[in-house]
Design a protein around this ligand. Structure first.
Ligand code: SF4
Length: 127
């Protein structure tokens, strides 16, 4: 996965304009920092194709303009990633709302997560 260090070393975090989007991005970067230093499992992260990618691609600000190009560029990296399925599963199960994970945008992942939650509810009800 893209790490906070990637963003920091490129100065990406410093270039984020103010406002809600900037706060969301900082929260996402903090989250990614924690994930990148987690040593108790999830070895798929070590094989992530986005390890050397710009965090700006995977956590674009907004959903229009340059953000659209960044999202598509991030998805292109994901299409080459050997751990895409594990990444998407992790993002759905842990409700990662921000950024591109497993080749999906925030909106796409929201739809997938709602369907996944509905299936889980049905499974619990029928059990
Ligand atoms: S699927 Fe995409 S976001 Fe997930 S680890 Fe691979 S390149 Fe990174």
């Amino acid at each position: 996965m893209v790490s906070r260090n990637d963003a920091s070393s490129s100065g990406a975090a410093d270039r984020v304009p103010g406002g809600r989007a900037a706060i969301d991005k900082r929260v996402a970067m903090d989250m990614m920092s924690v994930l990148a230093t987690d040593a108790d499992g999830n070895p798929w992260r070590d094989r992530a194709a986005c390890q050397a990618a710009s965090a700006e691609l995977f956590f674009p600000i907004g959903r229009t303009g340059d953000a659209v190009e960044h999202i598509e560029a991030a998805k292109a990296v994901c299409r080459t990633c050997p751990v895409r399925e594990a990444c998407l599963r992790f993002a759905i199960e842990t409700n990662q709302e921000a950024g591109v994970w497993g080749g999906t945008s925030e909106e796409e992942r929201d739809r997938i997560r709602r369907a996944w939650l509905a299936r889980r509810r049905r499974t619990r009800i029928s059990a």
